[in-house]
Design a protein. Sequence first.
Length: 143
Amino acid sequence: MTADVAPAQTPEQLRAAMVSTLLEQGWITSAPVRAAFTTVPRERFAPEAPPAAVYSARDTVTTKRDAAGVSTSSISAPWLQAEMLQAAQLFRGAKVAEIGSGGYNAALISEIVGPEGLVVTFDIDPWVTERAERFLAETGIDR
């Protein structure tokens, strides 16, 4: 007899499950933050990681390692990003400087502040900034 195997979940299903976890755990408490996490495709900012790891609500995703294998760049854990976005009390039309971004957090902020707002994101690593610029453009965020 063959064991039942659950079908692979799509990134959209994994994203919905992550958002549910963030809501259940109280990390997302506002509609704009919920909408941002629901909308922005986190997997597009970490193509080197499997979608199940990308959408873990509690885990960071390493995007770059040095020659010794030490993580030098990562996407913060969703629970922490949600908590920071909630604390920032962002609103439509806000102007935001975001420092140390691989693009995903800037994309979340962009969703919250809307087309009336402005997000400027910085990083000291040219590899990170090139990647962020490319991923933001690929996901349709061009402001």
